[in-house]
Design a protein around this ligand. Structure first.
Ligand code: PMP
Length: 393
């Protein structure tokens, strides 16, 4: 059948939206990276330098050969292998939690965790700078009858006040542990105290804490002395420190069972690919065998921040692996990142809507395997290529 009327182009508005983004300096492009390019990478989230570790890549390859390139179905049908179970057991033990559940991504873990624990009669008290996945989870929770209030960034006293004002029988405080763009930390101990005072649960996203925070790299909960707490639920990603792909939720046994039976991003999603489960498990075992990697990432991040500050640039105080550097405008940030790349150093470039306050930034990530020379080269390139407006007078 052919249409004999000339329809208006239903996607015509997309061109106009793209032109608007371009005018605001917010165009985004996919740039495939070369496999062996000679670039110093300070843009990725491979904090422990494990994604290409031969033990990790071998384990991922072996898992694919043994179990297949995909999981073949939902975790509840055919998508659970012995590897998924082993990974959950290892994560549980490392984290000091009662149980864990592996999802196909950190994003899916956050959506599943927050929505399955909320609904009518629930009040979510959320940090205003939470990651997009928690924001979307909160929106879904709202659509199913939950109430939501936002509190001032990283302000545990504000979270406590919001809890005190919430009348619903079930209350959750929801926060990132490490904020992914600026690299600053939530006051996890303060949030936990506020939750306990009000009989609320604490729900944390430790995507950037696992492998970096705590003496052994077990994450923000361990750093705050809260491992195994019965009123805390934590999500992690397997795609940053563990160098693979996937996500997980850790917490009390009853919570994990509830998620396995009701979280829609678990029940209706294909299980994590075996290669990712195998790679993440091998990376986790390496981290447990070599816990000094975690401390090295933190000290490297502090050195990068100190070097940039000494050169007159504005950085946040890095609590974990992420170092953020203010740029005067979205365009200036893009050009600065491009000049860094031309000089052989890849850095991240964050512009609205990824930054909530309109301040565009470069985002540098420390890695446990950066050498002294590499740290020096990164500092030299980022400072030498700074935008005109940031020149030291
Ligand atoms: N939470 C935070 C704070 C993140 O930074 C990210 C990834 N950028 C995610 C969740 C999502 O994790 P994943 O990439 O595994 O989906």
């Amino acid at each position: 059948m052919t249409a004999d009327v000339q329809a208006a182009d239903p996607f015509g508005w997309l061109e106009r939206a793209a032109a608007e983004r371009a005018r605001a300096g917010l165009t985004r492009r996919l740039r495939p990276r070369g496999r062996h390019e000679d670039v110093l990478d300070l843009a990725g989230n491979d904090y422990l330098g494990l994604t290409r570790h031969p033990v990790v890549t071998r384990a991922a390859a072996d898992a694919a050969v043994r179990w297949g390139a995909g999981a073949t179905g939902s975790r509840l049908v055919t998508g659970s292998t012995a590897l998924h179970g082993e990974l959950e057991a290892e994560l549980t033990d490392f984290h000091g939690a009662e149980a864990a559940l592996v999802f196909s991504s950190g994003f899916a873990a956050n959506l599943g965790m927050v929505t399955a624990l909320s609904g009518a009669g629930t009040h979510l008290v959320c940090d205003r700078y939470n990651h997009a996945s928690l924001i979307d989870a909160t929106r879904l929770a709202k659509a199913s009858g939950a109430r939501v209030s936002l509190f001032g960034h990283a302000d545990a006293a504000a979270a406590r006040a919001a809890l005190a004002a919430a009348a619903e029988p079930r209350r959750l405080v929801v926060s990132d542990t490490v904020f992914s763009v600026d690299g600053d930390l939530a006051d996890v101990a303060g949030l936990a105290r506020a939750c306990r005072e009000h009989g609320a649960a604490l729900v944390l996203d430790d995507a950037h804490g696992l492998g970096v925070l705590g003496d052994s790299g077990a994450g923000a909960l361990s750093a705050a002395g809260l491992s195994g707490a019965g009123d805390v639920v934590v999500s992690v990603t397997l795609s940053k420190s563990l160098g693979a792909q996937g996500g997980a939720v850790l917490g009390p046994r009853g919570v994990i069972r509830h998620l396995a039976e009701t979280a829609r991003t678990f029940v209706f999603d294909t299980g994590l690919a075996p290669a990712s489960a195998g790679g993440a498990l091998a990376a986790l075992r390496l981290l447990r065998a070599e816990p000094e990697r975690a401390a090295r990432v933190r000290s490297t991040a502090r050195r990068l921040a100190a070097g940039l500050t000494a050169a007159g640039l504005r950085t946040g105080a890095p609590g974990a692996a992420v170092v953020s550097v203010r740029a005067p405008s979205p365009d200036a940030a893009v050009q600065w990142a491009r000049r860094c790349l031309d000089a052989g150093v890849r850095v991240g470039c964050f512009r609205p809507p990824s930054v909530p306050d309109g301040h565009s930034r470069l985002r540098l990530t420390a890695r446990a395997d950066l050498t002294e020379d590499e740290i020096g080269r990164a500092l030299e390139v980022v400072t030498a290529t700074r935008p005109e407006g940031l020149r030291r007078s």
